[in-house]
Design a protein around this ligand. Structure first.
Ligand SMILES: Nc1nc(=O)c2c([nH]1)NC[C@@H]1CN(c3ccc(C(=O)N[C@@H](CCC(=O)O)C(=O)O)cc3)CN21
Ligand SMILES: CC(C)C(=O)C(=O)O
Ligand SMILES: [Mg+2]
Length: 281
């Protein structure tokens, strides 16, 4: 990481203590042309690892619905199911900015409902920002939360909580729909969003929006011209079972390693090889 990095030293650079990531650093990184990464996290142990790795922003995504709770979509997960996870991530990540997704049904009714939900998340977890899905249609919610001192990350393009309305898991903003996506991006910036996630949109359009906006864009399936990237950690670490989306790159096979470790453990217990004298009192 460069000398001018707002996020500070990498884990190996022990001379300089790392600074905690704050909301204003996002704007700073855009101004500096510094690309950054975001990963999801859903518990203390993994949040610690990602924080130590220098990931500046952690998202407690409602993808917990899928990867923690085993639901098919993000629609069923509730704030009550998210809150304990967010608490663990906040405790595990002293440097990262922790963003928490508001769940389906907890903010759409209007600014008042959004404020109640986000206030609850803030009071009960210590998260630093919330994320909500939608563009123009949630601009009032973004403005109200922002005025109340709750930083908001917006999420446009493919918004998984609307999967039924969008007709499936598909790329958004192709052709004429591109104008609506641009309008959504501008609307969330004007409402006060600190960043905007763009999911499954054509790379050219995402690049165009990134250059137009003053707030950082965070892509997932949005090409290489956004200011930042986000992935679900289980996808990027090879922990997701079954097929993953085209935008996923597998950086490790943690799932395979863990399966092997479990098999070896079970085998050693079966053979009487574990525990040995060195693990006994
Ligand atoms: N593990 C996981 N990873 C995610 O990225 C993720 C979640 N869960 N849960 C919440 C949403 C849902 N997301 C999804 C889910 C499915 C596709 C998908 O099936 N994509 C296909 C089809 C694309 C198309 O037809 O245009 C792909 O090949 O990319 C994409 C994003 C992204 N989010
Ligand atoms: C995929 C990211 C952006 C998300 O919203 C989630 O993990 O819930
Ligand atoms: Mg989400």
């Amino acid at each position: 990481m460069s000398e001018t990095s707002v996020y500070g030293a990498t884990p190996t650079d022990s001379a300089k203590p790392r600074r905690a990531m704050r909301v204003h650093h996002l704007a700073q990184m855009k101004a500096d042309g510094e690309k950054w990464s975001m990963l999801t996290a859903y518990d203390y142990s993994t949040a610690r690892i990602f924080d130590e790795a220098g990931i500046p922003v952690l998202l407690v995504g409602d993808s917990a619905a899928n990867v923690v709770y085993g639901y098919d979509t993000t629609i069923p997960v509730t704030l009550d199911e998210m809150i304990p996870l967010i608490r663990g991530v906040v405790r595990g990540a002293p440097h990262a900015l922790v963003v928490a997704d508001l769940t389906f049904g907890s903010y759409e009714a209007g600014p008042r409902q959004a404020l109640e939900s986000a206030t609850r998340v803030f009071k009960e977890t210590g998260a630093h920002a919330v994320k909500i899905e939608g563009g123009e249609r949630v601009a009032d919610q973004i403005a109200t939360l922002t005025a109340a001192g709750i930083p908001v990350v917006a999420h446009i393009g493919f918004t998984p909580q609307s999967v039924n309305g969008l007709g499936g898991f598909r790329v958004q903003g192709r052709g004429d729909a591109g104008d609506q996506l641009i309008a959504d991006a501008i609307a969330v910036q004007e409402a006060g969003a600190i960043a905007v996630v763009m999911e499954m949109v054509p790379a050219d359009l995402a690049g165009q929006i990134t250059r137009k906006l003053t707030i950082p864009t965070v892509g997932i399936g949005a090409g290489n011209e956004t200011d930042a990237q986000v992935l679900v950690w289980q996808d990027m670490a090879g922990f997701t079972h079954g097929k993953t989306a085209k935008f996923v790159k597998r950086f490790a096979d943690v799932g395979g390693d863990l399966r092997k470790a479990a098999e070896q453990y079970a085998d050693e217990v079966r053979r009487g090889a574990f525990p040995g004298p060195e693990h006994s009192y």
